[in-house]
Design a protein. Structure first.
Length: 163
């Protein structure tokens, strides 16, 4: 992160984008129907014209030419006001490059009630990243509710080995 971005976030008080890494021993098989139903249950109605609708969700899925495991959700119950108008907060779920296990050393040291954390993380070879986008303008409690709801939905559809 550049120092300019870090200074902007410090003055803002919150990160512009929140992210959660979900670690898996093997590539997860995501039950999309379950994911879409859980996402709607925990984050509310998200219908939007022009998007592929699943269980009442506005979900962007890549076509056959793109990666098939990138999902992008539009959460219409979480609107952010901009000078140009309102825009729904969004979350994305995507595979990312698996970072070296030593980059998790501090997090593993803080896992006092999970002695096997280091061993589990070192055995994980696949990572999904859940991020929020266009959500920094939400009230903090609403943003937290959206992110934890989205995380809960993902964990129900594709339980992971470590977060």
């Amino acid at each position: 992160m550049t120092s300019e971005v870090a200074q902007e976030e410090q003055s803002f008080g919150f990160s512009r984008v929140y992210a959660v890494e979900l670690k898996y021993r093997h590539k997860p098989e995501i039950d999309r129907n379950r994911l879409y139903a859980s996402m709607e249950r925990y984050t509310g109605s998200t219908q939007q014209a022009g998007e592929r609708e699943h269980a009442g969700l506005a979900v962007w899925e890549p076509d056959e030419s793109g990666p098939d495991d990138l999902l992008h959700f539009f959460h219409l119950d979480y609107k952010v006001a901009y000078s140009e108008g309102e825009m729904p907060a969004q979350t994305s779920l995507m595979p990312v490059h698996n970072r070296p296990v030593d980059e998790y050393a501090t997090a593993v040291q803080q896992s006092w009630h999970w002695r096997e954390a280091g061993e589990v993380v070192s055995g994980c070879g696949y990572t999904l990243l859940l991020t929020d986008l266009m959500a920094s303008g939400l009230m903090p409690q609403d943003r937290l509710q959206l992110m934890t709801g989205a995380l809960r939905a993902v964990l129900e559809a594709a339980p992971c080995d470590a977060v």
